[in-house]
Design a protein around this ligand. Sequence first.
Ligand code: CP
Length: 402
Amino acid sequence: MKPADTLSDFSAFQSLLDRPIEDKLRDFQREQRLKHLICAAQLKPDLLKRLSHLADMIRRMARERESNLELRQLLSHKRAMLYFTQPSTRTFLSFMAACQILGITCNEVRDPKTSSEIKRESHMDSIRMFSSYFDVIIMRSPIANFAECCAYMMNRLESQEMRSVPTINAGSGSDEHPTQALLDFYTIQRSFSFDSEQKETGSRLDALRQSYPDLQRGPAGKTYLFCGDIGRGRTVRSLATVLSQYDSQRMIFVSPDHDALKMDDGLRTRLQDAGVSVYEFESLDAELNGESILSQTDCLYMTRIQREHNSADDTEQLARIDLGPFQLTPERVQRLKSFSPIMHPFPRDSVVQELPTEIDSDPRVMYFRQARNGMWVRAALLVHLLDASEELFMAYNRFYRD
Ligand code: CP
């Protein structure tokens, strides 16, 4: 084995990695609570509801000085390790802000050259060391399956009655980004609650039903359009998995006709098996049943082309692709429904401009709210994983009796 391979030798966990996803889920669960968050398939509707409720409570308590101080006491006895060896702005900072909201002390390793990995310490030894000092490990890595293997190592330690802590996957390779799915889902749920009351004229939903008679609250029964790098976009894979649990979904995927960028067979099959009607196109101007796909869209999810995953061949081939059909121009925005949230996990590509800044002031734009929502749902996740939900409920009830 070459030295680089020994650093990330996961062979001890290969038989666990090779199992079907449903068999793995119980390894990441502790009765009614998550033990680790590794993949989006763990985010079942009941858990999403509980985490959304916790996030709503935290965002309300964080507004006022007194309740904010109470929040900062909630987990002030805990410490978190932010182990981010792949670049990140939003996920890193929102987890750090979430820790600060809850009083959790955090520390970070962002560059492995500053840790003893430079002295050939294996990744798994590094993680075990983190667990000696911290109460939760939040990790982003370019290495596929790394977070999952860390969860298995923690489980083994626990079965040997040794110290073990929860692991949170904050993005692994091009596989999964479950906490992004969590914040995307929370944003979609809030958008589709249509709950801003217009006292004189009835609810916002009543007003929208004048134009869209079949419109319902909630994420079910909607048409979601995902555009961009579908093949390598881990946020798309994770969010589509979460949304597929809700009834009567249509999902439209728009990507260049290139093997690396198109939806892979595995995701297509999983979505269809879950009852989703799946459509694939090569332009945002495409039509479905004689009507523009954009005008049928209830929620638009844009993504950038993820050049960091390019092979040498990809770079050459992708340079020849016209990305114009995958840009959300102001003219294309006009075709969207009047309520359709425009989402993007960010970063957007300032050169390709799949999402030009001209549309940033459109009221349907959600991407900055998405990023802020990430802080609330990540705080909720930490409360859940560190078993402080009951204490949060009690603290909340001391301030708000409604
Ligand atoms: N959306 C997201 O994961 O952003 P970062 O890469 O900046 O964390």
